[in-house]
Design a protein around this ligand. Structure first.
Ligand code: FAD
Length: 387
Protein backbone atom coordinates (compact mmCIF):
# COMPACT_ATOMS: atom_id res chain seq x y z
CA UNK A 1 0.00 0.00 0.00
CA UNK A 2 1.02 3.60 -0.49
CA UNK A 3 4.14 4.64 1.45
CA UNK A 4 5.33 7.54 -0.65
CA UNK A 5 7.93 8.87 1.77
CA UNK A 6 9.22 5.41 2.68
CA UNK A 7 8.35 5.71 6.38
CA UNK A 8 8.02 1.95 6.59
CA UNK A 9 11.67 1.49 5.58
CA UNK A 10 12.54 2.44 9.17
CA UNK A 11 10.38 -0.27 10.75
CA UNK A 12 12.00 -2.93 12.92
CA UNK A 13 11.89 -6.56 11.80
CA UNK A 14 9.20 -7.27 14.40
CA UNK A 15 7.07 -4.35 13.19
CA UNK A 16 7.38 -5.49 9.56
CA UNK A 17 6.47 -9.02 10.52
CA UNK A 18 3.37 -7.91 12.44
CA UNK A 19 2.25 -5.72 9.56
CA UNK A 20 2.75 -8.46 7.00
CA UNK A 21 1.03 -11.17 9.00
CA UNK A 22 -1.97 -8.88 9.63
CA UNK A 23 -2.15 -8.07 5.90
CA UNK A 24 -2.01 -11.75 4.97
CA UNK A 25 -4.67 -12.64 7.52
CA UNK A 26 -6.98 -9.94 6.23
CA UNK A 27 -6.39 -10.87 2.57
CA UNK A 28 -7.00 -14.56 3.12
CA UNK A 29 -9.62 -14.69 5.84
CA UNK A 30 -11.61 -11.48 5.76
CA UNK A 31 -11.42 -9.51 2.53
CA UNK A 32 -13.15 -12.13 0.34
CA UNK A 33 -16.39 -11.95 2.37
CA UNK A 34 -16.35 -8.52 3.97
CA UNK A 35 -18.62 -6.90 1.36
CA UNK A 36 -21.21 -9.60 1.97
CA UNK A 37 -21.02 -9.13 5.75
CA UNK A 38 -21.38 -5.40 5.29
CA UNK A 39 -24.51 -5.83 3.20
CA UNK A 40 -25.98 -8.37 5.62
CA UNK A 41 -25.09 -6.24 8.64
CA UNK A 42 -23.13 -9.05 10.30
CA UNK A 43 -19.69 -9.38 11.83
CA UNK A 44 -17.72 -12.56 10.96
CA UNK A 45 -17.86 -13.85 14.54
CA UNK A 46 -15.89 -17.00 13.63
CA UNK A 47 -12.90 -14.67 13.31
CA UNK A 48 -13.03 -13.40 16.89
CA UNK A 49 -10.91 -16.21 18.30
CA UNK A 50 -8.71 -16.35 15.21
CA UNK A 51 -7.95 -12.66 15.71
CA UNK A 52 -7.06 -13.51 19.30
CA UNK A 53 -4.71 -16.26 18.15
CA UNK A 54 -3.07 -13.75 15.81
CA UNK A 55 -2.45 -11.44 18.78
CA UNK A 56 -4.67 -8.61 17.51
CA UNK A 57 -6.13 -7.66 20.91
CA UNK A 58 -3.98 -5.19 22.86
CA UNK A 59 -0.61 -6.70 21.89
CA UNK A 60 0.98 -3.44 23.14
CA UNK A 61 0.16 -4.35 26.76
CA UNK A 62 2.66 -6.16 28.94
CA UNK A 63 2.02 -9.43 30.78
CA UNK A 64 -1.03 -11.69 31.17
CA UNK A 65 -0.32 -13.17 27.74
CA UNK A 66 0.19 -9.86 25.89
CA UNK A 67 3.52 -9.61 24.03
CA UNK A 68 4.16 -5.86 24.62
CA UNK A 69 4.86 -4.98 20.98
CA UNK A 70 5.86 -1.42 20.05
CA UNK A 71 3.26 1.31 19.70
CA UNK A 72 4.17 1.55 16.02
CA UNK A 73 3.52 -2.17 15.52
CA UNK A 74 0.15 -1.72 17.23
CA UNK A 75 -0.65 1.25 14.99
CA UNK A 76 0.31 -0.65 11.85
CA UNK A 77 -1.92 -3.50 12.93
CA UNK A 78 -4.88 -1.11 13.24
CA UNK A 79 -3.98 0.29 9.81
CA UNK A 80 -4.05 -3.15 8.19
CA UNK A 81 -7.35 -4.10 9.84
CA UNK A 82 -9.07 -0.88 8.80
CA UNK A 83 -7.70 -1.21 5.25
CA UNK A 84 -10.16 -4.10 5.13
CA UNK A 85 -13.04 -2.55 7.07
CA UNK A 86 -13.51 -0.10 9.95
CA UNK A 87 -15.72 -2.74 11.62
CA UNK A 88 -12.81 -5.16 11.84
CA UNK A 89 -10.57 -2.50 13.37
CA UNK A 90 -13.40 -1.54 15.76
CA UNK A 91 -13.51 -5.13 17.03
CA UNK A 92 -9.80 -4.97 17.89
CA UNK A 93 -10.01 -1.41 19.29
CA UNK A 94 -12.89 -2.14 21.63
CA UNK A 95 -11.56 -5.47 22.86
CA UNK A 96 -8.01 -4.15 23.28
CA UNK A 97 -8.02 -0.44 24.02
CA UNK A 98 -11.42 -0.08 25.67
CA UNK A 99 -11.78 -3.33 27.62
CA UNK A 100 -8.36 -4.93 28.16
CA UNK A 101 -6.56 -1.60 28.69
CA UNK A 102 -8.70 -0.43 31.65
CA UNK A 103 -8.53 -3.86 33.29
CA UNK A 104 -4.75 -3.83 32.79
CA UNK A 105 -4.35 -0.24 34.03
CA UNK A 106 -6.94 -0.10 36.83
CA UNK A 107 -8.02 -3.66 37.60
CA UNK A 108 -7.27 -5.76 40.69
CA UNK A 109 -4.85 -8.66 40.36
CA UNK A 110 -7.80 -11.09 40.38
CA UNK A 111 -9.60 -9.14 37.63
CA UNK A 112 -6.45 -9.10 35.48
CA UNK A 113 -5.78 -12.81 35.92
CA UNK A 114 -9.40 -13.71 35.29
CA UNK A 115 -10.18 -11.49 32.29
CA UNK A 116 -7.02 -10.55 30.38
CA UNK A 117 -6.03 -13.99 29.07
CA UNK A 118 -9.56 -14.86 27.89
CA UNK A 119 -10.12 -11.44 26.31
CA UNK A 120 -6.68 -11.55 24.66
CA UNK A 121 -7.41 -14.95 23.13
CA UNK A 122 -10.91 -13.95 22.01
CA UNK A 123 -12.54 -16.65 24.15
CA UNK A 124 -14.43 -13.83 25.85
CA UNK A 125 -15.75 -10.67 24.19
CA UNK A 126 -15.90 -7.34 25.98
CA UNK A 127 -17.65 -4.04 25.39
CA UNK A 128 -17.32 -0.50 26.74
CA UNK A 129 -20.41 1.30 27.99
CA UNK A 130 -19.96 5.05 28.27
CA UNK A 131 -22.43 6.73 25.88
CA UNK A 132 -26.03 7.14 27.06
CA UNK A 133 -29.16 8.03 25.09
CA UNK A 134 -29.08 11.62 26.42
CA UNK A 135 -25.31 12.03 26.90
CA UNK A 136 -22.91 11.42 24.01
CA UNK A 137 -20.38 14.20 23.54
CA UNK A 138 -20.74 15.13 27.21
CA UNK A 139 -20.38 11.83 29.10
CA UNK A 140 -19.61 13.76 32.30
CA UNK A 141 -23.39 14.27 32.59
CA UNK A 142 -24.03 10.50 32.63
CA UNK A 143 -27.05 9.31 34.63
CA UNK A 144 -26.24 5.62 35.10
CA UNK A 145 -25.77 5.16 38.83
CA UNK A 146 -24.40 2.66 41.31
CA UNK A 147 -25.98 2.50 44.78
CA UNK A 148 -24.85 0.53 47.78
CA UNK A 149 -26.46 -2.91 48.08
CA UNK A 150 -25.98 -5.75 50.58
CA UNK A 151 -23.87 -7.76 48.17
CA UNK A 152 -22.01 -4.83 46.61
CA UNK A 153 -23.60 -2.39 44.18
CA UNK A 154 -26.96 -1.96 42.49
CA UNK A 155 -26.64 -0.57 38.95
CA UNK A 156 -29.40 1.27 37.08
CA UNK A 157 -29.33 3.14 33.80
CA UNK A 158 -28.92 2.68 30.08
CA UNK A 159 -26.09 2.89 27.62
CA UNK A 160 -26.44 3.07 23.85
CA UNK A 161 -24.36 2.79 20.70
CA UNK A 162 -22.22 0.16 22.37
CA UNK A 163 -20.02 -1.79 19.94
CA UNK A 164 -20.37 -5.55 20.51
CA UNK A 165 -22.79 -5.33 23.47
CA UNK A 166 -25.14 -7.99 21.97
CA UNK A 167 -22.27 -10.51 21.72
CA UNK A 168 -20.28 -9.46 24.78
CA UNK A 169 -19.60 -11.65 27.82
CA UNK A 170 -18.59 -8.67 29.91
CA UNK A 171 -19.25 -4.95 29.78
CA UNK A 172 -17.18 -2.22 31.34
CA UNK A 173 -19.91 0.09 32.55
CA UNK A 174 -19.09 3.60 33.68
CA UNK A 175 -21.52 4.80 36.35
CA UNK A 176 -21.88 7.39 39.11
CA UNK A 177 -21.01 5.97 42.50
CA UNK A 178 -23.78 7.24 44.79
CA UNK A 179 -21.94 5.96 47.85
CA UNK A 180 -19.30 8.65 47.33
CA UNK A 181 -20.32 12.15 48.53
CA UNK A 182 -19.01 13.64 45.28
CA UNK A 183 -20.41 10.74 43.20
CA UNK A 184 -17.40 10.31 40.97
CA UNK A 185 -17.55 7.97 38.04
CA UNK A 186 -16.37 4.38 38.60
CA UNK A 187 -15.83 1.48 36.23
CA UNK A 188 -17.79 -1.75 36.84
CA UNK A 189 -17.16 -5.13 35.26
CA UNK A 190 -20.66 -6.38 34.47
CA UNK A 191 -21.07 -9.92 33.17
CA UNK A 192 -23.87 -9.73 30.61
CA UNK A 193 -25.65 -12.82 31.95
CA UNK A 194 -26.40 -11.09 35.28
CA UNK A 195 -30.07 -10.60 36.14
CA UNK A 196 -31.35 -7.24 34.93
CA UNK A 197 -28.87 -6.80 32.05
CA UNK A 198 -30.29 -6.48 28.52
CA UNK A 199 -28.26 -5.92 25.34
CA UNK A 200 -30.62 -5.12 22.47
CA UNK A 201 -29.09 -4.86 19.02
CA UNK A 202 -29.36 -1.63 17.02
CA UNK A 203 -30.40 -2.53 13.48
CA UNK A 204 -30.56 -0.65 10.20
CA UNK A 205 -27.28 1.20 10.53
CA UNK A 206 -26.09 2.72 7.25
CA UNK A 207 -22.48 2.85 8.46
CA UNK A 208 -20.13 0.37 10.14
CA UNK A 209 -22.49 -2.37 9.06
CA UNK A 210 -19.93 -5.15 9.55
CA UNK A 211 -19.88 -4.45 13.28
CA UNK A 212 -22.47 -5.32 15.89
CA UNK A 213 -23.83 -2.39 17.87
CA UNK A 214 -26.31 -2.40 20.72
CA UNK A 215 -27.60 -0.96 23.96
CA UNK A 216 -26.94 -1.95 27.54
CA UNK A 217 -29.98 -1.81 29.81
CA UNK A 218 -29.25 -2.03 33.56
CA UNK A 219 -32.29 -2.70 35.68
CA UNK A 220 -31.43 -3.27 39.36
CA UNK A 221 -28.30 -5.21 38.42
CA UNK A 222 -26.36 -6.44 41.45
CA UNK A 223 -22.59 -6.61 41.11
CA UNK A 224 -20.21 -7.56 43.92
CA UNK A 225 -17.64 -5.11 45.26
CA UNK A 226 -14.86 -7.11 43.59
CA UNK A 227 -16.27 -6.14 40.16
CA UNK A 228 -15.36 -2.47 40.64
CA UNK A 229 -12.15 -1.33 38.94
CA UNK A 230 -10.24 -0.32 42.07
CA UNK A 231 -7.51 1.76 40.48
CA UNK A 232 -9.43 4.75 39.14
CA UNK A 233 -12.29 7.11 39.90
CA UNK A 234 -13.65 10.11 38.02
CA UNK A 235 -13.71 10.79 34.29
CA UNK A 236 -9.99 10.04 34.02
CA UNK A 237 -11.03 6.36 33.84
CA UNK A 238 -13.07 6.40 30.63
CA UNK A 239 -11.13 9.29 29.07
CA UNK A 240 -7.79 7.51 29.41
CA UNK A 241 -9.27 4.48 27.61
CA UNK A 242 -10.53 6.75 24.84
CA UNK A 243 -7.01 8.13 24.37
CA UNK A 244 -5.78 4.57 23.72
CA UNK A 245 -8.57 3.80 21.27
CA UNK A 246 -8.25 7.15 19.47
CA UNK A 247 -4.55 6.46 19.00
CA UNK A 248 -5.48 3.27 17.12
CA UNK A 249 -8.11 5.12 15.09
CA UNK A 250 -5.60 7.76 13.99
CA UNK A 251 -3.65 4.88 12.45
CA UNK A 252 -6.60 2.84 11.26
CA UNK A 253 -8.11 5.64 9.19
CA UNK A 254 -4.94 5.73 7.09
CA UNK A 255 -5.54 2.09 6.15
CA UNK A 256 -9.07 2.82 4.91
CA UNK A 257 -7.74 5.73 2.81
CA UNK A 258 -4.84 3.65 1.45
CA UNK A 259 -7.20 0.91 0.37
CA UNK A 260 -9.55 3.41 -1.29
CA UNK A 261 -6.57 5.03 -3.01
CA UNK A 262 -5.15 1.74 -4.34
CA UNK A 263 -8.58 0.75 -5.62
CA UNK A 264 -8.98 4.07 -7.44
CA UNK A 265 -5.44 3.98 -8.87
CA UNK A 266 -5.99 0.47 -10.21
CA UNK A 267 -9.39 1.35 -11.59
CA UNK A 268 -8.05 4.46 -13.33
CA UNK A 269 -5.44 2.44 -15.19
CA UNK A 270 -7.90 -0.34 -16.08
CA UNK A 271 -10.90 1.71 -17.10
CA UNK A 272 -10.92 2.99 -20.68
CA UNK A 273 -12.97 5.99 -21.81
CA UNK A 274 -12.50 8.09 -24.96
CA UNK A 275 -10.06 5.51 -26.32
CA UNK A 276 -7.70 5.00 -23.39
CA UNK A 277 -7.36 4.66 -19.61
CA UNK A 278 -8.97 7.40 -17.54
CA UNK A 279 -5.64 7.63 -15.64
CA UNK A 280 -4.28 9.64 -18.59
CA UNK A 281 -6.61 12.54 -17.85
CA UNK A 282 -5.15 15.37 -15.80
CA UNK A 283 -8.36 15.66 -13.76
CA UNK A 284 -7.95 12.05 -12.56
CA UNK A 285 -4.24 12.52 -11.92
CA UNK A 286 -5.02 15.59 -9.80
CA UNK A 287 -7.30 13.46 -7.64
CA UNK A 288 -4.66 10.74 -7.21
CA UNK A 289 -1.93 13.29 -6.47
CA UNK A 290 -4.04 14.97 -3.79
CA UNK A 291 -5.11 11.66 -2.30
CA UNK A 292 -1.51 10.42 -2.10
CA UNK A 293 -0.37 13.70 -0.54
CA UNK A 294 -3.07 13.68 2.13
CA UNK A 295 -2.41 10.01 2.98
CA UNK A 296 1.32 10.73 3.27
CA UNK A 297 0.75 13.68 5.61
CA UNK A 298 -1.48 11.53 7.81
CA UNK A 299 1.14 8.76 7.85
CA UNK A 300 3.85 11.19 8.97
CA UNK A 301 1.60 12.37 11.79
CA UNK A 302 0.85 8.81 12.90
CA UNK A 303 4.47 7.69 12.85
CA UNK A 304 5.50 10.71 14.92
CA UNK A 305 2.59 10.09 17.31
CA UNK A 306 3.89 6.55 17.85
CA UNK A 307 7.35 7.92 18.72
CA UNK A 308 5.81 10.31 21.25
CA UNK A 309 3.73 7.51 22.79
CA UNK A 310 6.70 5.16 22.95
CA UNK A 311 8.79 7.63 24.91
CA UNK A 312 5.95 8.78 27.17
CA UNK A 313 5.57 12.28 25.70
CA UNK A 314 2.19 11.79 23.99
CA UNK A 315 -0.57 14.04 25.34
CA UNK A 316 -4.30 13.40 24.74
CA UNK A 317 -4.33 16.60 22.67
CA UNK A 318 -1.75 15.10 20.29
CA UNK A 319 -4.11 12.17 19.84
CA UNK A 320 -7.05 14.53 19.25
CA UNK A 321 -5.16 16.27 16.47
CA UNK A 322 -4.17 13.00 14.80
CA UNK A 323 -7.65 11.40 15.14
CA UNK A 324 -9.33 14.57 13.89
CA UNK A 325 -7.04 15.06 10.93
CA UNK A 326 -6.63 11.47 9.80
CA UNK A 327 -10.29 10.52 9.99
CA UNK A 328 -11.37 13.65 8.14
CA UNK A 329 -8.70 12.90 5.55
CA UNK A 330 -9.88 9.32 5.10
CA UNK A 331 -13.53 10.38 4.93
CA UNK A 332 -12.78 13.01 2.26
CA UNK A 333 -10.38 10.88 0.22
CA UNK A 334 -12.57 7.76 0.19
CA UNK A 335 -15.28 9.91 -1.37
CA UNK A 336 -12.90 11.07 -4.11
CA UNK A 337 -11.89 7.44 -4.71
CA UNK A 338 -15.56 6.49 -4.98
CA UNK A 339 -16.08 9.26 -7.49
CA UNK A 340 -13.22 7.97 -9.67
CA UNK A 341 -14.97 4.60 -9.96
CA UNK A 342 -18.04 6.11 -11.59
CA UNK A 343 -21.17 3.98 -11.37
CA UNK A 344 -19.22 0.91 -10.28
CA UNK A 345 -18.11 2.95 -7.29
CA UNK A 346 -21.53 2.80 -5.68
CA UNK A 347 -21.56 -1.01 -5.55
CA UNK A 348 -20.25 -3.32 -2.84
CA UNK A 349 -17.92 -4.88 -5.42
CA UNK A 350 -15.44 -2.12 -4.63
CA UNK A 351 -14.33 -0.88 -1.23
CA UNK A 352 -14.35 2.95 -1.42
CA UNK A 353 -18.04 3.54 -0.79
CA UNK A 354 -18.05 1.00 2.05
CA UNK A 355 -15.08 2.82 3.61
CA UNK A 356 -16.78 6.15 3.01
CA UNK A 357 -19.95 5.04 4.79
CA UNK A 358 -17.98 3.44 7.65
CA UNK A 359 -15.95 6.59 8.15
CA UNK A 360 -19.12 8.51 9.02
CA UNK A 361 -19.15 6.49 12.24
CA UNK A 362 -15.41 6.84 12.78
CA UNK A 363 -15.79 10.62 12.35
CA UNK A 364 -18.48 10.58 15.05
CA UNK A 365 -17.36 8.03 17.65
CA UNK A 366 -14.48 8.35 20.07
CA UNK A 367 -15.12 12.10 20.22
CA UNK A 368 -16.74 13.74 17.23
CA UNK A 369 -14.64 15.86 14.88
CA UNK A 370 -16.19 18.93 16.53
CA UNK A 371 -15.26 17.81 20.04
CA UNK A 372 -11.63 17.24 19.01
CA UNK A 373 -11.65 20.75 17.51
CA UNK A 374 -12.74 22.09 20.90
CA UNK A 375 -10.08 20.06 22.72
CA UNK A 376 -7.44 21.59 20.45
CA UNK A 377 -9.01 25.03 20.77
CA UNK A 378 -8.77 24.81 24.55
CA UNK A 379 -5.19 23.59 24.42
CA UNK A 380 -4.16 26.39 22.06
CA UNK A 381 -5.94 29.25 23.82
CA UNK A 382 -6.38 28.10 27.41
CA UNK A 383 -10.11 28.81 27.04
CA UNK A 384 -12.62 25.93 27.01
CA UNK A 385 -15.50 26.42 24.57
CA UNK A 386 -17.57 23.39 25.52
CA UNK A 387 -20.62 25.15 26.95
P1 FAD B 1 -24.18 14.34 20.27
O1 FAD B 1 -23.22 14.47 21.41
O2 FAD B 1 -25.61 14.55 20.54
O3 FAD B 1 -23.70 15.34 19.11
C1 FAD B 1 -24.54 15.72 18.01
C2 FAD B 1 -23.78 16.78 17.20
O4 FAD B 1 -23.54 17.93 18.04
C3 FAD B 1 -22.40 16.29 16.75
O5 FAD B 1 -22.13 16.78 15.45
C4 FAD B 1 -21.44 16.93 17.75
O6 FAD B 1 -20.15 17.17 17.21
C5 FAD B 1 -22.15 18.25 18.05
N1 FAD B 1 -21.80 18.80 19.35
C6 FAD B 1 -22.00 18.24 20.58
N2 FAD B 1 -21.50 19.04 21.54
C7 FAD B 1 -20.96 20.13 20.92
C8 FAD B 1 -20.28 21.30 21.34
N3 FAD B 1 -20.03 21.52 22.64
N4 FAD B 1 -19.88 22.21 20.43
C9 FAD B 1 -20.11 22.00 19.10
N5 FAD B 1 -20.74 20.90 18.61
C10 FAD B 1 -21.16 19.98 19.52
N6 FAD B 1 -20.01 4.73 22.69
C11 FAD B 1 -19.55 3.94 23.70
O7 FAD B 1 -19.58 4.32 24.86
N7 FAD B 1 -19.06 2.69 23.42
C12 FAD B 1 -19.01 2.18 22.16
O8 FAD B 1 -18.54 1.05 21.97
C13 FAD B 1 -19.49 3.00 21.08
N8 FAD B 1 -19.55 2.49 19.80
C14 FAD B 1 -20.20 3.22 18.82
C15 FAD B 1 -20.46 2.63 17.58
C16 FAD B 1 -21.17 3.32 16.60
C17 FAD B 1 -21.50 2.64 15.30
C18 FAD B 1 -21.57 4.65 16.85
C19 FAD B 1 -22.32 5.44 15.80
C20 FAD B 1 -21.32 5.25 18.06
C21 FAD B 1 -20.65 4.54 19.07
N9 FAD B 1 -20.48 5.08 20.35
C22 FAD B 1 -19.99 4.29 21.39
C23 FAD B 1 -21.07 6.38 20.69
C24 FAD B 1 -20.28 7.58 20.19
O9 FAD B 1 -19.10 7.73 20.94
C25 FAD B 1 -21.20 8.82 20.24
O10 FAD B 1 -22.14 8.67 19.18
C26 FAD B 1 -20.44 10.12 20.11
O11 FAD B 1 -19.69 10.38 21.28
C27 FAD B 1 -21.39 11.31 19.84
O12 FAD B 1 -22.43 11.34 20.76
P2 FAD B 1 -23.94 11.49 20.23
O13 FAD B 1 -24.16 10.50 19.16
O14 FAD B 1 -24.82 11.48 21.41
O15 FAD B 1 -23.97 12.94 19.54
Amino acid sequence: MLDYFGVEADLSEEEKMIQESAREFVDEQVRPDIGEHWIEGTFPTDLIQKMGEMGFYAPNLEGYGSPNVSEKAYGLLMQELEACDSGLRSMASVQGALVMYPIHAYGSEEQKEHWLPQLGSGEAVGCFGLTEPEHGSNPTAMETRAEEADEGYLLNGSKTWITNSPIADVAIVWARDQTDPDTPVRGFLVETDRDGVSTNKIDEKLSLRASITGEIGLNDVVVPEENVLPGVSGMKGPLSCLTQARYGIAWGAIGAAQDAFETARQYATDRDQFGGPIARFQLQQDKLAEMATQITLAQLLAHRLADLKERGDMRPQHVSMAKRNNVRMARDQSRIAREMLGGNGITADYSPMRHMANLETVYTYEGTHDIHTLILGEDLTGIAAYE
